[in-house]
Structure formats: structure tokens, C-alpha cells
Design a protein around this ligand. Structure first.
Ligand SMILES: Cc1cc2nc3c(=O)[nH]c(=O)nc-3n(C[C@H](O)[C@H](O)[C@H](O)COP(=O)(O)OP(=O)(O)OC[C@H]3O[C@@H](n4cnc5c(N)ncnc54)[C@H](O)[C@@H]3O)c2cc1C
Length: 469
């Protein structure tokens, strides 16, 4: 039985009939909450996946070759920005001048079976990369929890997954080609243009547009993922052991409850079988229950906790097994907005506890489970994991609810723990606060940026804030 069906049936039996009718409201959050209205005959706006960023570019270009990309970038008018899949929540893409889409720069360029490396065009979507790499016997060592982004967009923001032995996607980049606003195409790796390489592996699109990217992969492999409902305190008491025991481990504490969802992923063993199925609507069901009963007090603990424990406490595990590129990603159809900070790994549990306590103490209206992951340190200048193992904590709010007020309550907790914001997610920091978070290489990055883009053509309003331009 799917967990959602299980909750619904439990509610129908255990709670009043009035709640039953609430559950009949149907799925929510599937329709993008668009910030702009499209008027036929008028300029077509660009909107991100989350529907919280938009712009109306005067010029749109979709180069289909490296030559076309170089020409487009050199000829670009006004502020020029690249767009991959538009899956960032922060305002890294918007420009009302020139928007360059990398959609047509897609495909496998070459592969090296000895080094297990592959070079792909930067507009290739992660969901296309899986089968492409599989066809040459390779697979990415790790992947984020969905596969919609383009490779270039993911690398620009140091996109990551979970696993104490695994770095972000940027950390697997061994080389790239970068088109600049001056019309150059620079080959960058540890030997050629090494400083630009260190900056371009997490560039937020501030140096130019990558045309191709070489990744260090692994021989292709199968995974098995086990999803379980557990007590938050049991999981956190055992966190270190679990992170060691599993190739990948993450969890999602559920606000206002003692429960969390755990996800443990390992190399598949012979005989592993898929059991149950992923329910992309589960968060909507949780929200329905939260809206219906969270305000009802019950002696000792809230009704919400009781209902959740009754409904989910002994729910069966959901197991997914198959090729790695099919097991890592999940379907994300419920629209949300997200803030994520990476704190030093050792303070992750304290930060998580303070967030959950604050939500409860201040009655913050947030039912969306909080994502808790670990990522290995790297040496990439502006990567959130530069110089330190990180614990990434993500706060999500439903796309039709006010995220600003909720994030404003929680963001200062991340600052207290020395958190670095995810470049592609919502935060309010500018250059003054960001520079001290990257003490080793903030200035190095600015020098490379000024050298490659002296007139600031790649600086939209958001990047100007980030870099103090
Ligand atoms: C449902 C959902 C789930 C998510 N899950 C995760 C997750 O598990 N882990 C995680 O880390 N993030 C996650 N994110 C965040 C998201 O994946 C990142 O912000 C990612 O960078 C988006 O990639 P994109 O191709 O959509 O890039 P875009 O949003 O289109 O662009 C991102 C940045 O990259 C630049 N850029 C794009 N292409 C190039 C290029 N070829 N060369 C240079 N710069 C370029 C853009 O100018 C911009 O600055 C999630 C987002 C959503 C919506």
C-alpha cells in the first residue's frame, strides 16, 4: 500500500468524518504558481520551474554548436545570462537583455574507457546523461535527487546529492571548455588555465558559458534505495554509523512530529527487488493532514503527532532498485520554493535540532519535510563544500504559500552555524556576508571574473549583489 493511501485510510477510520471530506480536496501544487501573466501577442516571459523568478529577454539565442555559442556570446547585447533547465530558485538567470539557452548543446562528445571519463555538451540534461553514459559502460558516481537540470547549470551551482564519501557534481569535473564574452573558447583543466578551471567548476555563470564538460565517472552500477519512517531521535543518535554503513544516507525530519523519513542507498545485491513505489504526492497528503489536525491539542502531545505515528509509524519500507541513474532521481511534481545552507558537517545535528525547535516554538507554518544530507569536502573556490565536509539542510515551502516569512525565521539559524547558501536556492546574503564565508578564494574568484568579464556583461542584479559589483 502506498504511504499516502495508508494515511488516507487511517484518517478515514481513526479521525472524524469531517476530515474525510478534507481529503477529497484532490491533489494540490501541480500547477506552477506563475508570477507573470502571458498575454498572446506580447513578449513571452521566461519563468523558472518554481515560478518565483521571471524576466522578459529582448534577445533569446539557442546556439547549436560551439562556434554559434562563441559568436552569440560575443555579439550579446546588454546583460547576458545562460540558462540550463531553469531549475534554480535564486535569481541567477533573469535578464531582460540577452538570454542564451544551452538546450541545443546536448550529447556525448567522447569517452575514455581507460580513465572512465566522458565529455558531454554542457546543455545535456541529467536525465539524458544516464542512458548516454550507460551505453559506454559509465555512470556518474552520485546524482542529485532529481535529474531535470542541465549539466552546465548543475556544475555552475555545485549541485550535490548525499554521501559522506561523495563530493558535489563539480568535484567530478576534470576539464571544461569555457566561452567568454570576449569571444574566446578556453580549454581549462588542472594543467591548462588552472586558475580559471578552479573558478569555473562553480561559477554561478559569472565567467562565461561552458560548452563542454568532462566528468570522472565509475563503471556503470546498480543501486538499491530503502525508504523508511523512523523516530528522529533514533536516527540522529545513530547518524555517524548510518553514514558509514551506507553508500548514501539522508533523512527528512517532519516538522511538529518525532518522525523522519530515512533514505539509505547502497550498491544493489543479487535478488534485491522493488517493493512499493515512490509517491510524488506524499508531501501534499502530509500537508492535508497538517492543515486538518495540527491545531488540535491533545493531552501530552498534539493530534498531528498521534495521527502521523498511527498512520506512518509501521508503514512498510519502500524499496527501489535498478541502474544508478534511475534510482538516484525522484519525480518532483509538487511545486515548492527552497532555501538551503551547508553548515560544517560536525554542527549539522545541532543546527537541525535548532531549526525543528524554532519551528515548533514560533508556530512557523511549515509541514514540508526538511532535507538533511552530507557532502564531502572539495577544493573548488566557490563550492559550498570548499575546504570542509558539509551538512546541507534544505527548507521547502509549497509553491502557493508564503515562503519569504518562513525562510526569514529560519535563515538566521544557518548564519549562526557558519552556513554557506546554495547558489541556486533562495537566500538573502550579499558580497559583504559571503566573502568571509569563503576566506581562502573569494578574492581569487573575483580576479578571474574581472579578467574574463571586465565590463560586467554577465552581471544581472542578483549577481551584482552576490559579488558587490
Ligand atoms: C525540484 C528541484 C529539486 C532540486 N534538487 C536539488 C538537489 O538535490 N541538489 C542540489 O544541489 N540542487 C537541487 N536543486 C537546485 C538545482 O538543481 C540547481 O540550482 C541547478 O543549478 C539547476 O540547474 P539548471 O540546469 O536548471 O540551471 P539554471 O537554473 O538554468 O542555471 C543555473 C546557473 O547556471 C548558469 N548556467 C547554466 N548553464 C550554464 C553553462 N553552460 N555555463 C555556465 N553557466 C551556466 C546560469 O546562468 C545560472 O547562473 C533542485 C531544484 C529543483 C527545482
Amino acid at each position: 500500500m502506498k504511504r499516502r493511501t495508508f494515511i488516507q485510510s487511517t484518517l478515514a477510520v481513526g479521525v472524524s468524518g469531517a476530515l474525510g471530506t478534507l481529503l477529497g480536496c484532490g491533489p494540490r501544487g501541480e500547477v506552477p504558481q506563475s508570477p507573470v501573466t502571458f498575454t498572446p501577442g506580447q513578449e513571452m516571459p521566461w519563468i523558472n520551474w518554481a515560478g518565483n523568478q521571471s524576466c522578459t529577454p529582448n534577445w533569446r539565442v539557442s546556439p547549436s554548436s560551439e562556434d554559434e555559442l562563441v559568436t552569440a556570446l560575443k555579439a550579446a547585447r546588454g546583460v547576458v545570462r545562460a540558462v540550463g533547465a531553469g531549475h534554480s530558485f535564486s535569481a541567477v538567470v533573469p535578464t531582460d537583455d540577452t538570454l542564451i539557452s544551452t538546450d541545443l548543446l546536448s550529447g556525448l562528445v567522447r569517452h575514455d574507457p581507460d580513465k572512465i571519463q566522458a565529455t558531454l555538451l554542457a546543455g545535456t540534461r541529467l536525465h539524458d546523461m544516464g542512458p548516454m553514459l550507460q551505453s559506454v559502460g559509465q555512470a556518474m558516481p552520485n546524482m542529485p535527487d532529481m535529474d531535470y537540470p542541465a549539466l552546465g547549470g548543475a556544475v555552475a551551482n555545485s549541485v550535490h546529492a548525499t554521501g559522506t564519501s561523495f563530493g558535489s557534481m563539480s568535484s567530478y569535473v576534470t576539464g571544461l571548455k569555457l566561452a567568454t564574452v570576449s569571444g574566446e573558447l578556453l580549454e581549462c583543466n588542472a594543467e591548462k588555465n588552472p586558475e580559471i578551471f578552479q573558478a569555473a567548476r562553480t561559477s554561478i555563470g559569472a565567467l562565461g558559458i561552458t560548452s563542454e564538460i568532462t566528468l570522472q565517472n565509475l563503471p556503470s552500477y546498480d543501486l538499491t534505495e530503502v525508504n523508511r519512517i523512523e523516530k528522529f531521535e533514533d536516527v540522529f543518535a545513530d547518524m555517524e554509523a548510518r553514514c558509514k554503513a551506507h553508500r548514501h544516507f539522508e533523512c527528512y525530519p517532519i516538522p511538529y512530529s518525532t518522525l523522519c523519513i530515512t533514505v539509505a542507498t547502497d550498491i544493489a545485491k543479487p535478488g534485491d527487488k522493488t517493493i512499493g513505489e515512490d509517491d510524488p504526492q506524499a508531501v501534499n497528503t502530509l500537508r492535508t493532514v497538517f492543515d486538518a489536525v495540527s491545531w488540535v491539542p491533545v493531552v501530552g502531545e498534539g493530534l498531528y503527532e498521534k495521527v502521523l505515528t498511527a498512520a506512518m509509524g509501521d508503514a512498510a519500507d519502500v524499496v527501489r532498485t535498478g541502474p544508478s541513474y534511475q534510482v538516484f532521481p525522484h519525480v518532483r511534481i509538487v511545486r515548492f520554493r527552497e532555501m538551503e545552507y551547508t553548515v560544517p558537517a560536525e554542527v549539522g545535528p545541532a543546527c537541525m535540532r535548532e531549526i525543528l525547535g524554532t519551528i515548533r516554538d514560533r508556530n512557523i507554518p511549515l509541514s514540508f519535510p526538511i532535507e538533511y544530507r552530507y557532502v564531502k569536502a572539495d577544493d573548488i573556490w566557490l563550492s559550498m563544500f570548499e575546504g570542509q565536509d558539509g551538512c546541507s539542510i534544505s527548507i521547502h515551502q509549497f509553491g502557493d504559500l508564503d515562503y519569504k516569512a518562513v525562510f526569514a525565521e529560519i535563515e538566521p539559524i544557518f548564519w549562526k552555524y557558519g552556513g554557506r547558501p546554495h547558489w541556486g536556492k533562495i537566500h538573502t546574503l550579499g558580497a559583504e556576508q559571503l566573502a568571509p564565508l569563503y576566506p581562502r578564494h573569494w578574492q581569487d574568484f573575483q580576479e578571474v571574473r574581472r579578467e574574463l568579464d571586465p565590463r560586467g556583461q554577465l552581471m544581472n542584479a542578483h549577481l551584482k549583489d552576490l559579488f558587490g559589483v
